[in-house]
Design a binder for this molecule. Sequence first.
Ligand SMILES: *Cc1c(COP(=O)(O)O)cnc(C)c1O
Length: 397
Amino acid sequence: MQSYPPSLIPTQPVLSFGSFLGGARRVPSVLDAGNCRFVTSGRVAIALALKQMKIGAGDSVMVPAYHCASMIEPVIWSGATPVFYRINADTSVNLDDIAAKLDGTTRLVMATNYFGFPQNLSAIRTFCDARGLRMLEDCAHSFLGEHQGKAVGSWGDYAIASSMKFFPIYEGGCLVSSRNALGSVQLHSAGVGFEAKVAFNTLEDGFEYRRLGMVKALLRLPMFLKNFVWGQIKARKPSTSQSMAPGSSDGGFGFDPNWLDKRSSYFSRLMLWLVSRERMAVLRRKNYLRLQDAMQGLPGVRPLFPQLPERVYPWVFPLLTDDPQPVFHMLKEAGVPIIRFGEYLWPGVDASVCEHSVDLSRRVLQFPCHQELKQEEIDWMIQKIKDAVLSQASPTT
Ligand SMILES: *Cc1c(COP(=O)(O)O)cnc(C)c1O
């Protein structure tokens, strides 16, 4: 694997003073969908949802052929068999394909609101109800949003979200249910070392991209203490140090069932409470639209979605490229952050399973549009994308 320089602008939201400043309009989110438990990642929430539904060995689960490993690993962990269904070129669920693949073992349909654009959730709900199937709504990309006037996350028997994809936090996922009580999900703190680490890592990220100015000076001492204490904890328990880090959204850690009974940190839950969802919604749309406008007319690339509908609050800006590799390489060399959801499909998922998934997996590059990007950072990113795309269109020989 090739190594690239670190991103020059933050790939994920980082904490700034602005994070807490509100906006006027109330924006629906998964937190409005029903009962909610705060865990450390979206993948852990998937595993808990399967556990609540008592899905396991002998059962099969319909999962999209366009996915990331953290959607499939919890299914494998549960003992159930994942069955990959086709999605259409616009990322919508292909219900005909699910219908064709159903058998007596099918218990659940998992549906993902890719990049923040809701699926036709009411149609999937109707489909599942007609066949006695459960529905798991994967809102990892859609913390915010609604479908037919109801918050995302309301349509599934259970829904999951990955709060760390939207908030300036180091860990966090949600298990949500509009239909079931979640009181039987027992959670407890992962310990004081974890609590401290999570808080300070978030602040450190804020400093790294120069978001928190003077606070840095004030926090130098506690930061030193935290590194010291953390070093001591690690030195004492070498075998458990890895599992002190929850699986993060960048796929570094995989799925670890040890996190199933761990509550999200106080710090992350505080941030979910304090960080403005309205500002997040407004700025994500604004940044997305700037990227979308800037890509118009560029050769060999186009936005995956032709437009940004009202009341969609995107996770990232997905750009469909004809020839992704040279552009990807140039941009990564230049320090431009690129996210590649779905880059690696589960073994066996190839064009014979779903040609659209394979195509999206290869061709879609995703750029951040999160609320903590500064105007000049987006301008810089846009210029770099244009340079890279145009250099490919007219190679200087
Ligand atoms: C990231 C992601 C998950 C898992 O969320 P984590 O918080 O990273 O565990 C689930 N589904 C989709 C579509 C994702 O992109």
